[in-house]
Design a binder for this molecule. Sequence first.
Ligand SMILES: [Zn+2]
Length: 152
Amino acid sequence: MGFAPGLVAALILLLGDGPPATRGAEVVLRGKVVTLAAAIKELGVDVKPDPDTTRGEAVLLGEDRAITPLFRDDASRALFLDERLRDRRVELRGRRFSGVPYLQVSSFRVENEGSWQTPEYFCSVCAITERYPKICPCCQGPMELRWRSEHR
Ligand SMILES: [Zn+2]
């Protein structure tokens, strides 16, 4: 059960004279995560930035067709590293700061097999779960993408 679009719009409107810029405002944004290069191409923006800067940058291409860049950190890193999470419907929860175009992602869900699910990376040997793809910190083996239906 997601947020109603009206509530999302109200949250975004609150940014204008809402909380201090340092704290940010909670938002829920939907769309799909693509590389900046793909977003520019899809929108037909007439710019030619250096490809090596746009290929690796993940952005949200919103349902309103707006590009929102993402701070890359533990919470969002999977969207930068794992192509399987990109170019499909996604719901990002996070914070926006006045005057800052980047979204700080706190959690996200991806539409998978008809429902919103959270991706995670699992080592079946050690039963360890991580938020983004990496070598298992315990056995140094590979970790596999799996989907969790419940929101943590
Ligand atoms: Zn392991």
